[in-house]
Design a protein around this ligand. Structure first.
Ligand code: GTP
Length: 264
């Protein structure tokens, strides 16, 4: 067997490139990696992130150091959070010897909730997206959260002698902030504006409660994104946001959708 440790291998990606074209993003996509995630309450939860990792490559170099992206992930032992994310992007930028770096992570995030009447505890899963970019101009973090909620149609309630159609909706909020805004802050804000929030476990008294609560808080998809946008516009921590809602209609085989984006 040949001994790779002593063999001299050419560093092809370090060769000069004659085309003189810089690359804005080169790297790896769709890497799944186990990690620890920490949010507002300080508890650390294990999860699995799907990562995209990119750096810039100057015009004179042929290739980037592909293996180092995974090395960076594996070397990262401390929990990720909205506060520590910038340090992780900077580690990647330095290890790849690049001017700019971009780290995108999407992960399931779990919250233990108590049912509204019985108090029975259960976990609910949300989706989180963290997108951190370091360029010579500075660091930009975009935080995204998808919150599943109930929406109940105000028109259906108004025109029907009894009942109202309702559906599950996926509300995505992305924010860029002046200061720390936690994932749980965004979840609380969205759930407060839904026709009703969701729970993993509901006993019969809870089911009666959420049915009547949703009936008392009807929302079109437009109401949903406007009411969340109002809260984000009033929040001094937020400097840019987008909010969208996709309502999986129960009376159609298609979704209703609305989106608002605002730079403050
Ligand atoms: N740049 C580049 N590398 C690729 C690609 N596809 C596979 N690779 C391989 O990724 C491997 C690892 O690259 P490097 O990180 O530069 O590996 P290395 O030179 O042994 O490690 P370092 O000394 O840390 O730079 C190389 O063997 C490349 O051939 C590609 O499209 N671009």
């Amino acid at each position: 067997m040949r001994d790779c440790a002593v063999e001299i291998l050419e560093d092809v990606q370090g060769r000069a490139d004659p085309r003189a074209i810089a690359i804005q993003q080169v790297g790896i996509r769709a890497v799944r990696h186990p990690m620890q995630f920490q949010d507002r309450d300080g508890a650390v939860q294990p999860t699995i992130a799907q990562c995209n990792m990119y750096v810039s490559l100057p015009a004179h170099l042929k290739g980037t150091h592909m293996s180092r992206f995974i090395e960076v992930l594996n070397a990262h032992e401390s929990p990720f959070s909205v506060e520590s994310f910038g340090a992780a992007v900077e580690q990647m930028r330095q290890r790849l010897e690049a001017d700019s770096a971009r780290l995108e992570m999407r992960l399931p995030f779990f919250v233990q909730k108590a049912a509204p009447v019985s108090g029975v505890k259960s976990m609910l899963d949300y989706e989180v997206e963290l997108i951190g970019e370091i360029t010579p101009a500075g660091y930009l973090l975009t935080i995204g959260v998808m919150v599943p909620v109930t929406s109940l149609c105000p028109c259906s309630k108004s025109i029907s002698e009894y009942g109202a159609h309702n559906q599950r909706a996926h509300v995505w909020v992305h924010v860029r902030a002046h200061e720390t805004i936690w994932i749980k802050d965004i979840i609380d804000l969205i759930e407060a504006e839904a026709s009703c929030q969701l729970y993993g476990v509901l006993k019969r008294p809870d089911e009666k409660y959420v049915t009547e609560y949703a009936y008392d808080h009807p929302k079109f998809v437009e109401d949903m994104v406007r009411d969340v946008a109002l809260r984000l516009r009033e929040d001094p921590r937020v400097r840019w946001f987008s909010v969208s809602s996709e309502n999986f209609e129960s009376i159609h085989n298609h979704s209703a959708y609305a989106m608002i984006e605002m730079e403050k």
